[in-house]
Design a protein around this ligand. Structure first.
Ligand code: ADP
Length: 405
């Protein structure tokens, strides 16, 4: 170490210059050696402590990374013997890691895929792109994987790297998508075919009802009014299905009109209370403003909230419909004292066909479309929709839409 002082003799300075030159020379040599790959470790004197830096430690980061990644990674030598495997590949093969390393790769692959894998390996050694989907046994169930093979130059000569990416999730999503498309297609055809006969049944029921009433047969007329109510339910279901189809195809038409918000809410509550006779329907309407949009569709959302409140809450319980101004929006909420919705399912109930699955819920009929259609309608009005609920403690459904400027 060079000691610092105020004055130096010529000899002392020459000595220092020589020492610094030697240090500089040494640094140059180290850097050159690193560049050329001639050394793989060096010691650095850092504030009196010696620290060992190995260039192999750079590999260690990659080794850790490969060990931690979800994809299986394996390296083969030119005899196709496994030199290295991460634990993910061993799990995909369902073979203990210690039995994978040192084995012939071919022996580890399920027999159905042996010929295909050997072909892949041959291609990869010939530097051709080599990729294929196969199924590996997996720990719990067979796993579809995409194998990608590449030949590499390593310190120890040529090697082959194989990466296995788990495709289960992708496959499941594709299968779900295909199933959903099939369901959509069926619904679209069925709802279209049902529409005409149901409309004509409704027409005949009303005609008969009218005739019985005219002839003084009140009994028959009242029975027919029940038939009419059931036909209405069917018509609503069909129209939900047709709405879904139109939403999916972007074909739903939205009217644009300015209307008084509370006026619509009052109208809907009054009409619904005629039907919802087994509940106590209350309204608490605050100050009203004009809003812009499709009055019928907003009405449909309110009806859906009230219908659900009735469906999922006990007979004689109260359902409260309220409105208020919230900033530059009108807010509507419907509160019931029903079965409530588990927290982890609340974000999903606005999805198409989603129904809460549970012992209680399975006793109610429905298609899981009402809230999906409602949320689409509200989104198209630049509004927000949501739910606050505790299981067993009722639910509060709300939406807000902008006040017309
Ligand atoms: P449907 O009632 O026809 O099944 P919706 O789209 O209207 O379809 O509702 C989706 C699901 O949300 C319902 O199946 C039900 O599980 C849940 N849900 C909706 N409203 C309520 C409510 N007021 N109380 C409890 N659960 C509800």
């Amino acid at each position: 170490m060079i000691q610092m002082k105020d004055k130096y003799t010529y000899e002392e300075l020459s000595e220092q210059v020589a020492e610094l030159t030697a240090q500089l020379q040494e640094s140059h040599e180290i850097i050159n050696a690193i560049h050329k790959g001639e050394i793989d470790a060096f010691i650095v004197n850092n504030e009196g402590k010696h620290e060992l830096y190995t260039l192999k430690s750079a590999d260690k980061t990659y080794r850790l990374f490969i060990e931690k990644m979800n994809e299986g990674a394996i390296t083969l030598n030119q005899q196709n013997i496994v030199l290295y495997s991460n634990s993910a590949f061993a799990s995909l093969l369902n073979v203990p890691l210690e039995n994978v390393i040192g084995a012939y790769f071919e022996d580890l692959v399920p027999s159905d895929f042996r010929i295909a894998v050997n072909e892949l390996i041959k291609n990869a050694w010939n530097l051709a792109e080599s990729k294929a989907e196969i199924v590996l046994p997996g720990k719990n169930k067979p796993v579809p994987v995409l194998l990608s093979l590449n030949s590499l130059e390593t310190d120890g000569g040529l090697a082959l790297s194989i990466i296995a990416a788990d495709l289960s999730l992708q496959k499941e999503t594709l299968e779900q998508k295909a199933a959903m498309e099939k369901k959509d297609e069926f619904i679209s055809i069925a709802s279209h075919e049902l529409k005409t006969p149901v409309t004509s049944i409704k027409g005949y029921v009303q005609l008969l009802q009218h005739n019985f009433q005219r002839d003084g047969n009140d009994m028959a007329a009242s029975l027919l009014s029940r038939v009419d109510a059931q036909v209405n339910k069917l018509t609503n279901l069909i129209s939900d299905l047709l709405d879904v189809k139109k939403i999916e195809n972007g074909q739903l038409y939205y009217n644009q009109e300015i209307f008084d918000f509370n006026n619509l809410v009052s109208e809907v509550v009054d009409e619904t209370s005629q039907v919802l006779k087994k509940h106590v329907l209350l309204k608490n309407l605050g100050e009203s403003k004009m809003v812009m949009g499709d009055r019928n569709k907003i009405g449909q959302v309110i009806i859906n909230f009230i219908d659900n409140a009735g469906k999922y809450s006990p007979i004689d319980s109260e359902i409260l419909v309220s409105t208020e101004i919230e900033g530059d929006r009108m807010k509507l909420s419907v509160k019931d004292h029903g079965i409530g919705i588990p927290k982890n399912q609340q974000s999903k109930i606005f999805d198409r066909f989603f129904r809460v699955s549970g012992e209680k819920e399975s006793t109610y009929s429905g298609l899981g479309l009402g809230l999906y259609i409602s949320s689409e309608f509200i989104k198209r009005h630049k509004g927000t929709i949501g739910v606050e609920s505790e299981i067993g403690d009722g639910s509060l459904f709300y939406f807000t839409i902008p006040i017309a400027s």
